[in-house]
Design a protein around this ligand. Structure first.
Ligand code: NI
Length: 264
């Protein structure tokens, strides 16, 4: 039997939060594990009843649960993402693709400099995917040109919790085509579990505008007047959210373990 590359379950999330570690503790951690989890979210409208912070809250919660189960360190959440198309709605804060690319590039390079070789980005927002992949490509190039000793071993992986197989199956079973594509009941359910005060916002909503192509912020608001794309977030419950957290974390721990096992 091959040994697991995971450090092993932590007693609490306090043990795996990078923010709560000292630098000697991080150095000691690197002696046994080169993996680190970076939660990536967005701060954007989630329909008339969903929290602006949905994508950051969910990505961070899944990341901390994956960290707790695996023992792998978790950085602070990057709560601002690429949400240009949501800027037609109050409260949305967006990084342009080039800005997010630069932020993720610098995060990866900082971690790589200390000896982290497996950067596992747990993402909560579809709009971040293309830019995150571009950032990884750029980071590999920079690591090599800067001559970082571990440049050849550096790997980044994007793990979208909401597209994990078991999560998508559960969402389909619970909500069918009312899962939709934005302000989905699955992500809203997770926020209701994490933050019980959000339940008070829940109310029945009219038929949503269907999902379709995404262009600029004005066009988005014209096509999707209340911010939803084909979803009925009123179907979400905190109990569903607890289940989504459990199955998302289980799926991503498996993915993380395989990622850490991959030879350089
Ligand atoms: Ni979202």
């Amino acid at each position: 039997m091959t040994q697991s590359p995971l450090p092993g379950p932590a007693n609490s999330t306090a043990d795996i939060r990078l923010q709560l570690r000292s630098w000697p503790e991080v150095e000691a951690y690197l002696e046994q594990c080169k993996g680190v989890i970076v939660p990536l979210g967005s701060t954007e409208q989630h329909g008339p009843t969903g929290a602006i912070g949905t994508d950051a809250l969910t990505a961070e919660a899944v990341a901390l649960e994956v960290g707790r189960r695996s023992g792998v360190l978790v950085t602070p959440v990057q709560a601002f993402g690429m949400a240009e198309h949501h800027l037609g709605f109050a409260g949305t804060v967006s990084l342009q693709p080039a800005t997010l690319l630069a932020v993720l590039h610098d995060v990866v390079l900082s971690l790589a400099r200390h000896g982290f070789e497996r950067i596992f980005v747990i993402n909560g927002h579809g709009g971040n995917i293309a830019t995150a992949r571009a950032a990884f490509a750029q980071a590999y190039g920079t690591a090599a040109t800067r001559g970082l000793p571990n440049a050849q071993a550096l790997r980044c992986r994007l793990a979208n919790w909401f597209t994990a197989g078991p999560v998508m199956r559960e969402a389909r079973d619970l909500y069918g085509d009312k899962e939709g594509h934005h302000a989905t009941p699955s992500e809203i359910a997770l926020t209701l579990h994490l933050e019980p005060s959000l339940v008070a916002k829940q109310r029945p909503l009219p038929e949503p505008a269907p999902a379709g192509p995404i262009h600029g912020p004005e066009d988005f608001r014209r096509r999707h007047p209340d911010g939803r794309m084909g979803s009925d977030p009123y179907l979400a419950t905190a109990e569903h959210g607890e289940r989504f957290l459990d199955i998302a974390a289980a799926a991503l721990v498996e993915d993380l373990e395989a990622f850490l096992k991959e030879p350089a």
